[in-house]
Design a protein around this ligand. Structure first.
Ligand SMILES: [Cu+2]
Length: 325
């Protein structure tokens, strides 16, 4: 945390009763962090630097590249632990809010390591009851799995994306209110994208003039990552015309979360019903999820468009976006 190890215990001071605004920036290369401050509510007031309608939670997940501002009001004359466990539960970052020098609070135990299963791609409907994320019945098409050849819902065959793609989702889910693997039903109020609503709504009231669909594709064993089965070195730039409004539709055909970052202009995420939800620069797309956002091409030039997981970006989950003036 701020360059300090958990043992070093980065500490910030507060006076009991005051409001403290904390800006969380996930500056890591590959780690999703699940963040909470036991004993304090977190009132989230901004996402990626853009004000949102305040929402109070106990915990939130952040992908690399994401930014969240939260207000806390520590009342007691005691210390609080800022606890940020990595999504794979292999470790944690930690700091302390303290009214005085030298105080520390208890450090929570790591939660159990969540295991990704085919159920996270919708392969098994059993055991998914009550989990909002998969009630829409996402289906996956994967070689060697019985459901693949019998599924009537395939809209895009694996073969069309080539040998660098090991699975595609046949019927993606569109919900935004799933806290994600390892955070579901953990007894805490966990933030989801459905909770984020940017103050004032969209920057541009127009609907999109056209749509660009991109599958987030990969091959887990070969560690190949791409858009539409095409890595950066094989791809042509995506061309936007200055001033136009475009809908980007992202469909995650992999079992990993990909935080997708378009540089230069905002990504205005749509709710499942198509209405405006939240304005961000980096947007997490969960396994088997279909998510869309509107972009107004406001900045002429050449822009990076990529997964914010460094190894995925380096492997080819990257495109150039060109805004032509
Ligand atoms: Cu990725």
């Amino acid at each position: 945390m701020n360059g300090t190890t958990p043992a070093g215990n980065w500490t910030a001071r507060f006076s009991p009763g005051e409001s403290v605004r904390l800006r969380f920036i996930n500056g890591s290369a590959m780690s999703f962090f699940d963040i909470r401050i036991p004993g304090l509510d977190l009132t989230v007031v901004a996402a990626d630097g853009q004000d949102i309608e305040p929402v109070t939670v106990e915990e939130f997940r952040m992908a690399p590249g994401e930014v969240l501002d939260a207000i806390v009001k520590p009342q007691a004359d005691s210390a609080y632990t800022i606890f940020a466990q990595s999504m794979d539960r292999s470790g944690f970052a930690r700091g302390t809010l303290s009214p005085r020098e030298g105080l520390t609070a208890q450090i929570p135990a790591l939660d159990p390591r969540p295991l990704l299963a085919m159920s996270d791609m919708g392969m098994s409907m059993a055991g998914r009851k009550g989990i909002a994320g998969m009630n829409s019945g996402a289906m996956v098409n994967m070689p060697g799995m019985a459901a693949s050849s019998s599924s009537p819902q395939v809209h895009s065959s694996r073969a069309s994306f080539g040998p660098g793609v090991d699975m595609v989702v046949a019927k993606p889910r569109t919900d935004l209110d799933d806290p994600g693997v390892g955070l579901r039903q953990n007894g805490r109020r966990v933030l989801t994208y459905a909770d984020l609503y940017t103050t004032g709504g969209a920057l541009d009231s127009r609907d999109a003039g056209r749509e660009i669909e991109l599958h987030l594709t990969g091959h887990m064993q070969r560690f190949m990552w791409s858009f539409n089965g095409q890595k950066f070195s094989e791809s042509a730039p995506l061309q936007l015309n200055y001033g136009e409004r475009v809908r980007f539709v992202l469909i995650n055909d992999s079992m990993m979360i990909h935080p997708i970052h378009l540089h230069g202009q905002w990504s205005e995420v749509q709710a499942p019903d198509g209405s405006f939800q939240v304005r961000k620069h980096t947007v997490m797309v969960q396994p088997a999820q279909r998510l869309s956002y509107l972009v107004t091409a406001t900045a002429p030039g050449r822009w990076a468009y990529h997964c914010h997981l460094t190894y995925h970006m380096a492997a080819g989950m990257f495109r150039e976006v060109r805004v032509n003036s």
